[in-house]
Design a protein around this ligand. Structure first.
Ligand SMILES: Nc1ncnc2c1ncn2[C@@H]1O[C@H](COP(=O)(O)OP(=O)(O)OP(=O)(O)O)[C@@H](O)[C@H]1O
Length: 654
């Protein structure tokens, strides 16, 4: 890199900065009104901190151990930033851009980019462990972004120290749900690199994605909503995020939602949905489960929202502790799941399913669980594990859909110390190895990238694993249970899932029926209600309401039922013992009364004249006629997918 080869043209703003620097050196003070205001303020702070702009960059070197500790302390930040750092490196490294992540103290945690653009001076200035705090190094993008808590661009001689004037940097602070700075993402290049224009907006967008990922990770026990005034921005990096308690109280709000709603964070946190948006939490949840979207109304306009996360808490009363038969058992976290008899309830198909699943595991065969979302696939996997000979071993769950593609390989297979630059001290034990002598549960297996499917297949065939950077092969002794709400066979047909892996995983395929199709709904609801009642009260559901619940199509399955029951319990007075329509939101009641169910309610009426199958097909025909042949509207009303409806219509023709 030749610094002398930079363009000879000097812009007006570069000239102003030169003049300001001359004034600073000669007069010992920062001139007023010459620099951009944020730079002027930062230069003033630098002078106040006693810095001299002609001092050399005097960075201390941290030991390898201290850097490893620093990285370990900031692991959640580093992991959450990984996909965006990777993407920025892909965009900019070939044109000399370096992507840096720093902690909240402006200490560099990592630098990525092409080494050939790093001369020895830059290597020294930008190494992990280098501290760029503003009161130590003067005006610089990373340190100044931490102080100003806002994105900052510092070009060449806008840096306070002459010795940093060869860098041009865009930095944006990464903040948590409370608005506290967690770190800084930065894109830097040599000032004389005219190939890389300032890219502040891309850095800001990357930071928003990182913050959103960290927000969702932080509020696992809350409901997390994506909010925006325009539906196309939901789930994007521009989305607003709200974390709610089940009773509708707001726990946290991200910066974007504050801007969208034009409210300060403290005007949102601790307040209730109903008070702010005039919607009762249970009515909103009903909409979210039923239509996939909800509406938040404010005086300044309407907003749409989608459910990003619902807490997956399992009622403590049905928790079963794992049998403690081995020496390691006492160290393992308790797994909560009902036993298989309780899980299967009185539904014959489920009873057969759990029998087959349990036998498959006893014979070391993999189990594949298919079922709509919320039917209890993970619960079933845990119950099967607790029933198996590996019950005293760990149950390790991996959701293949929620881990960023770049992390899934190390997450599953792990790596040994020094496997790659930036690898953690001591390496990382992958989830496969963590499941040793226990059960590995691969949820949403249909979302596993194709390249990793090949690697997983090899591991399952050879029953050994070789973590990246390790010479040793480890023999694996694990049971494997996979689940997907997507039809894996269809994925195989369309080429996005390997056929050989499908057959390897599919020792036994269990299909959990949708809740609407269970034959023991009343019994399950009563039993579940009992488990969910926190104070052991003997609560009942009024007969009329029970019939309506039984006849409803439950698109969100047991997860939706759980929310409905929890909300109803929360709306009971302490001395009440019967849940009736007064504990259910008007919206949901309306839905219950208009719900036409393909298998129970309407069918029972028709069934007198033929088999249940005939009655089901008759109901479909009626609803289809009502909707003048509109497939989507019919499927919606029947509470089934369009694909299922097409399948059933084919039967009508047969
Ligand atoms: N048999 C059951 N008894 C009690 N609660 C259950 C049962 N099955 C599921 N649940 C509850 O329903 C919710 C969803 O369960 P789970 O996460 O196992 O479903 P899933 O099919 O894996 O969902 P997804 O496909 O969305 O991952 C959880 O809150 C769980 O506690």
């Amino acid at each position: 890199m030749n610094k002398q080869s930079s363009s000879c043209l000097i812009t007006e703003s570069e000239q102003s900065v030169k003049n300001a620097r001359k004034h600073l050196v000669q007069e010992g003070e920062v001139p007023s009104g010459v620099l951009r205001s944020e730079i002027e303020d930062s230069w003033l702070r630098s002078v106040e901190a006693g810095l001299n702009c002609e001092s050399p960059l005097d960075l201390e070197n941290l030991s390898r151990d201290s850097i490893a500790d620093l990285k370990a302390k900031n692991r959640p930040l580093i992991e959450a930033s990984h996909p965006e750092v990777k993407q920025l490196v892909e965009y900019f490294s070939s044109v000399g851009g370096l992507v840096m992540l720093a902690d909240a103290d402006a200490t560099i945690l990592g630098v990525k980019g092409e080494q050939r653009y790093l001369d020895s001076q830059m290597k020294y200035a930008l190494q992990p462990g280098a501290n760029w705090k503003e009161d130590l190094r003067g005006t610089n993008a990373v340190g100044t972004a931490v102080v100003d808590r806002t994105p900052v661009m510092i070009t060449g001689n806008e840096h306070f120290l002459d010795s940093a004037g060869y860098l041009s940097c865009c930095s944006a602070p990464i903040t948590d749900a409370a608005g506290d700075v967690l770190g800084v993402l930065d894109l830097t290049s040599p000032t004389d690199n005219r190939e890389l224009p300032p890219n502040m907006s891309l850095v800001q967008q990357a930071v928003r994605s990182i913050e959103n990922r960290m927000f969702s990770g932080q509020f696992q026990q809350q409901i997390v909503l994506s909010v925006h005034s325009r539906p196309e921005y939901l789930r994007s990096s521009w989305q607003g995020l709200l974390a709610l308690e089940l009773d509708g109280y707001i726990q946290a709000a991200n910066e974007q939602v504050c801007q969208l709603l034009n409210r300060k964070r403290k005007q949102l946190v601790g307040r209730n949905l109903e008070e702010l948006f005039g919607v009762r939490p249970e009515a909103l949840l009903t909409d979210l489960h039923r239509k996939g979207r909800g509406q938040l109304r404010t005086r300044s306009g309407d907003f749409v929202c989608e459910l990003l996360h619902f807490p997956n808490s399992f009622p403590a009363s049905i928790a079963k502790a794992p049998a403690k038969t081995s020496r390691t058992a006492s160290k393992l976290p308790e797994i909560e799941a009902p036993d298989l008899v309780e899980l299967a309830g009185l539904d014959a198909r489920l009873q057969k399913g759990v029998r087959m699943g349990s036998r498959a595991l006893a014979h070391e065969l993999p189990v594949l669980i298919q079922g709509e979302t919320g039917t209890g696939k993970e619960v079933m996997a845990k119950s099967l594990h607790l029933d198996s000979r590996r019950s005293s071993g760990p149950f390790i769950a991996v959701n293949c859909a929620s881990i960023p593609e770049g992390l899934i390989e190390s997450e599953l297979f792990g790596y040994r110390e020094g496997a790659f630059t930036g690898s953690r001290k001591g390496g990382m034990v992958g989830r496969l190895e963590q499941a040793q002598s226990g059960t590995l549960f691969l949820d949403e297996i249909g979302d596993m990238p194709l390249a990793l499917q090949a690697r997983l297949l090899r591991v399952l065939q050879e029953r050994t694993i070789a973590p990246l950077g390790g010479a040793d092969e480890i023999a694996l002794d694990i049971a494997v249970i996979c689940a997907s709400h997507r039809d894996l066979k269809a994925l195989v047909a369309e080429g996005s899932f390997r056929e050989d892996l499908y057959y390897r995983l599919n020792g036994v395929c269990l299909r959990i029926p949708a809740f609407r199709d269970r034959t023991d709904k009343q019994d399950f609801i009563s039993h579940f209600l009992h488990q969910l009642t926190p104070d052991g009260r003997q609560i009942k559901i009024a007969d009329e309401l029970m019939l309506q619940l039984e006849g409803y199509h439950w698109p969100g399955n047991i997860r939706q039922l759980e929310t409905t029951l929890r909300v109803a319990i929360a709306f009971m007075e302490p001395d009440e013992l019967v849940i009736d329509s007064s504990h259910i939101s008007d919206d949901f009641l309306e839905e219950l009364s208009s719900s036409k169910l393909p298998v129970s309610g309407a069918i029972q009426l028709n069934a007198a004249n033929g088999t249940l199958k005939d009655a089901e097909l008759m109901t479909i025909q009626q609803v289809l006629e009502q909707h003048e042949g509109n497939i989507s509207a019919t499927a919606n009303e029947l509470g089934i997918s369009r694909a299922t409806l097409y399948r059933k219509l084919k039967q009508l023709d047969e």
